[in-house]
Design a protein around this ligand. Structure first.
Ligand SMILES: [Zn+2]
Length: 68
């Protein structure tokens, strides 16, 4: 059996634990069907990448200040 190294599409059940990123994937105008599922960043509900995506508009300046 050949398993391709392709990202698995995770459903809400796959990310319903307390350590998986719940960032919805897919088009914004459609109800979320698949989710990120990567390890969460700190105490956020999302992984580091998606925390930054979600906060880049309103809080980018403050986050960059903390990081530097
Ligand atoms: Zn994520």
């Amino acid at each position: 059996m050949i398993t391709l190294a392709k990202e698995k599409q995770l459903t809400i059940e796959d990310v319903s634990d307390n350590k998986s990123c719940r960032y919805p994937l897919g088009k914004v105008e459609e109800p979320p069907k698949y989710f990120c599922g990567k390890n969460r960043w700190s105490n956020y509900s999302y992984c580091e990448e998606h925390v930054k995506v979600c906060t880049k508009d309103e809080n980018r300046d403050s986050i960059q200040t903390k990081a530097s």
